[in-house]
Design a protein around this ligand. Structure first.
Ligand code: A3P
Length: 306
């Protein structure tokens, strides 16, 4: 900044996040305590099997929910309650290998989660055989969920003032960078991958149809009874009560559960409870033009038509 020129208020609010909390590598922000730039680079050559299934999301878009659905579809022992395996072991994050798993030794079909932008995923995913499910959520609800999550994520910078957090979100100075870049990148390059797009809102409105869509994409045939079981066990209240499906097994070095929970509200339109009209308008002024070009109809309220 040169002397005599005052920065825009919004620029000040969105100031660079401290390197203690986030580091930027190849255009994307990562959490320094969980991953290194070298590990991210090594993923380019990570060996992909044709049977692999990747769940890709921008943070706070329904990752844990979709992880649970994938696990329930694939594992009878999860459905009937005979297996006591945590979601983080069933559908581990590729880039955040917090349990130090040997991914090469995992039996097929391997299920993975990832928040990576399209250009940082293993190149083997581009042969179009392994499957990717991308779940998107309306970005106002994503931002509110992110804001609350920042309070219980121990290694996140706690930004108390929501206005400041919003400017960070709008300028992509948060974990996994700009929501628009993430979703635009995956949409624009969908032809390079074998990918199914779903939205959090369609899952919320009709979970049964969303589960069926996922099963069809994965080539998994479940009986009516099994499908009903998946839908029942993927319900918000069920997941919140089940320690295998709510991340409460995560180390308290990562999440402080006295400050919040992973399954918080699980609704569509919660942004209206926090954002002022002026904040919502500011959000639209930054996001709307690019969002209008996305191949999704976003739903901002639970009563909106999809
Ligand atoms: P809220 O904070 O708005 O409640 P992610 O797993 O990508 O971090 O996303 C977390 C968000 O998904 C949280 O949103 C959480 O409550 C919501 N969520 C998790 N499981 C859900 C479920 N079964 N039904 C609806 N929402 C769910």
């Amino acid at each position: 900044m040169t002397f005599g020129t005052l920065p825009q208020t919004n620029e000040v609010l969105a100031m660079q996040p401290s390197e203690k909390y986030l580091f930027k590598h190849k255009g994307n922000y990562f959490q320094p305590d969980l991953v290194t730039a070298e590990y991210i680079d090594s993923l380019e050559d990570f060996e992909i099997r044709d049977s692999d299934v990747f769940l890709v999301t921008y943070p706070k878009s329904g990752t844990i929910w979709s992880q649970n659905i994938l696990s329930l579809i694939h594992h009878e022992g999860h459905r009937d309650g005979t297996e006591d395996t945590d979601l983080l072991d069933r559908v581990p994050f590729l880039e955040y290998n917090i349990r130090n798993m040997d991914f090469d030794k995992r039996p097929s079909p391997r299920l993975f989660s990832s928040h990576l932008p399209y250009y940082l995923v293993p190149k083997g995913l581009r042969n179009g055989r392994a499957k990717i499910i991308y779940v998107a959520r309306n970005p106002k609800d994503v931002m509110i969920s992110f804001y609350h999550f920042s309070k219980c994520a121990v290694k996140f910078e706690e930004v108390e003032d929501f206005g400041v957090f919003m400017e960070r979100f709008l300028s992509g100075k948060v974990l996994d960078s700009l929501w628009l870049d993430h979703i635009e990148g995956w949409c624009a390059h969908r032809g390079d991958f074998n990918i199914l797009f779903l939205t959090y809102e369609e899952m919320k409105k009709d979970l049964g149809s969303a589960v069926l869509k996922i099963c069809n994409f994965l080539g998994k045939r479940l009986s009516e009874e099994e499908l009903a079981d998946v839908v029942e066990k993927a319900g918000f209240d069920k997941m919140k009560m089940d320690r295998r499906t709510n991340y409460t097994t995560l180390s308290t070095d990562i999440l402080d559960f006295s400050k919040g929970t992973f399954l918080r509200k699980g609704t569509v339109g919660d942004w209206k409870n926090t954002m002022t009209v002026a904040q919502s308008e500011r959000f639209d002024s930054v996001f709307k033009e690019r969002m209008d070009k996305l191949p999704f109809k976003f739903c901002w309220d639970i009563n909106d038509e999809l």
